[in-house]
Design a protein around this ligand. Structure first.
Ligand SMILES: [Zn+2]
Length: 74
């Protein structure tokens, strides 16, 4: 039976730590210190001046976050 403070694999396979367990022991929360892909955001591309177009040139940038907490049904 897992307990708070134990190591558990996050959904992406990293070594994460259990930070919370539900009272019925069916759901646990694990906090993973590794980077996880979060989302793609559009940012203004300053390398390409937008002279001929009214639209801003944008490029996509991937956002990663650390210390995500996952809820896992066990
Ligand atoms: Zn992870």
């Amino acid at each position: 039976m897992p307990s708070v403070g134990d190591f558990y694999r996050c959904p992406e396979g990293h070594k994460a730590k259990i930070v919370w367990i539900s009272e019925d022991k069916k759901v646990i929360a694990v906090k993973c210190p590794q980077r996880h892909f979060n989302k793609v955001v559009k940012v203004t591309d300053h390398e390409r001046p937008a002279l001929s177009s009214r639209r801003h040139h944008t490029k996509e940038r991937k956002v990663y976050v650390r210390d995500l907490v996952f809820l896992i049904r066990i």
